[in-house]
Structure formats: structure tokens, C-alpha cells
Design a protein around this ligand. Sequence first.
Ligand SMILES: [Mg+2]
Length: 221
Amino acid sequence: MKVNHKKTIIFDMDGTLYKFKGDSFRNSGLYGVVIENTVSYICNKLGKTKLEAQEVLDAILKKYGNSISIGLENEFKIDRYDYFNSVWNINAKKYVKFDSTISAFLLELQKNFDLVLLSDAPVIWISRVLDYLGIMEIFKNNIFSGEGDARKEFGNAFEKICKTMNIKVNRCIVIGDQEETDIIPAKKIGMKAVFIGKSKNSIADYTINNIHELKKLVNKL
Ligand SMILES: [Mg+2]
């Protein structure tokens, strides 16, 4: 283990570092655009009509849930990176609420903590969002994205960070807005967890309404 007096804060991105316009992934319209782009992508890749492509997608969603990239890879040998780079190359401005104070807030936090970003989103979307919010520089060497086989939804992403960064689980604090993928797996392996949400989460150590409220917790983390 490296000698490091700083603890590590692992941030989720979507819904945590920023809020969606319309307050959720689905309501923001982003989900609809991803689905629309996926249908066009399947049309082009597999030479299908729009209707056939929609049927292919429906079958994948049924069998693989939201892991469309894995479904396309398993069923049609489509490279997941090719899929991500065409479907998720989306302008963040339309869906992400701009926060002019997030950069200064994170820079201040960075004096006392190592900051890591962990998202199941593909790196193309992560870059679009971080660039838009002006915080790419803060995270750029510590980004763990969702293309590989370590993902929050697979339950193995937090351990991977500790292994890769050579840090102990009890020196990590996870901040996220999803109980199932952010809070439960973090607590299970001995990390501290802060839930971002409107009502108190019973599994997390703390619940805050938005990222800026982390200020009040800094001394307790
Ligand atoms: Mg989230």
C-alpha cells in the first residue's frame, strides 16, 4: 500500500456530479436519444430497416437489460467501443444542468482528498459531460468508465479501483445517487457511502440533497 495521508472520494457522475434537466435520465430526453441513436446504429451495422432494428433492440433489452453493448457484442459480434463511440457521442449541454460553481468546489475538495470518477457510462459521454462542466482536468487521470468488464452494475467496480490505485477500502468514500449500484456495493466491501437524494437512505452513512452539501460532511468523512 502506498503511503498517502489523503482519503479517496469516488464520485458517481450522472445525477451526482450534476443534475439532469428534467431531473432524471429518462425525463431529460437523454434516454430517448440513446435509444434513437441505437436504432439508427443497428440499421447501419446490420442492414436492417428501422422496424427490424427496433425489434432487434427490443429483444436485446429483454435479454440483457440496459447492457445493450454486451447484447450487441454477444449476439452480433459488434465491437462495444464502436457502439459507444457512435451512439453516446451526444452534446451534454442539452441534458445536463450547468453548475458554474462545481469546478471551484471540487478543486477545494482536492486539497484534502484524492478524487476519482466511477461511472458505468462510456468514456465518450463522460468526456462530453466533464468538458461541459469544466472539470475534466480534475478527474482526467482518475476516471473509471463502464466499457470494460468491471462495472458498478456487475458489482466489481469498487474493488477494481482499490486494486488499480493500490488503496484500502476503508480509506474510500463513495458518493452516488443510486442505492443499488452506488451505495449497497460500497458498504458491502467496507467503504463509507454518501447518498445523494431527496429522502434519507438507510444504508448510506449520510444522505445529502446535492453535491454541494458535501461541504458540511467533510470533517466527518
Ligand atoms: Mg448516478
